[in-house]
Write a protein that binds this ligand. Sequence first.
Ligand SMILES: C=C(O[C@@H]1C=C(C(=O)O)C=C[C@H]1O)C(=O)O
Length: 246
Amino acid sequence: MNKIKISAVAYTNTKAFIYGLANSPIINKIDLSLDIPSDCAAKVINGQVDIGLMPVAAIPNVPNANIVANYCIGSDGAVNSVFIFSKVPVNEIKILRLDAHSRTSNNLAKVLLKFHWEKEVAFTTDQNAETDAFVLIGDRTFGKTQDFAFVYDMGEEWKKLTGLPFMYAAWVANKEISQDFKDEFNAALKFGLDHRQEVLAELPPVSNFDLEDYLYHKLQFEVTEDRMKAMHLFLSYIEELDRVKV
Ligand SMILES: C=C(O[C@@H]1C=C(C(=O)O)C=C[C@H]1O)C(=O)O
């Protein structure tokens, strides 16, 4: 049998899912790679993998995109790993450096600046650019919130703008996947979430960062109706940004 190729995110936010896949019989039916989110998106778009933990902002670029699991990377308010870090308050930001790892959060920053803070800001993808403010996501943000004068948690700001939770990444296939496989995949992901204590026990502690709070409270993993609503709203804001540009 051909194995299903899967790209997952290499960050701590995905460790419970990986634990579930690795400790379920499905591990023998899949080829699993761990990637930064932007590479995960590229692999699903160009067909290098069948399923990926896809940054939602890039879902419109996936041919035949379909969400194959009831689990995701989400939050309801602050997530504690998706930030704008800045030397100046948000209304003084002139250029924002985007994070090369990200697809969703870079777009979320653009949406928030335009529709929440109502600010015109320039963006750079040059990772060496010296800017007052920048987007940073994932494990590289852990314990860093004390280091900057102004810290904006984008999950929290999205909730202020919309009253909704958020979905950063969803399990998306670029082809039809059998219901049997989806059922087994969902069961494995749930197994991982149900064993977060084991996952926590294996993680090295991080100073100034509460891993237990992150895995149990800040991150929320269910694809709910409100989280789907948030995804559609977010994608329509991105379309609106693109319309404004031309
Ligand atoms: C909560 C997070 O969600 C993520 C953010 C992503 C993005 O910005 O493209 C993609 C996948 C998730 O890893 C995080 O990375 O900290």
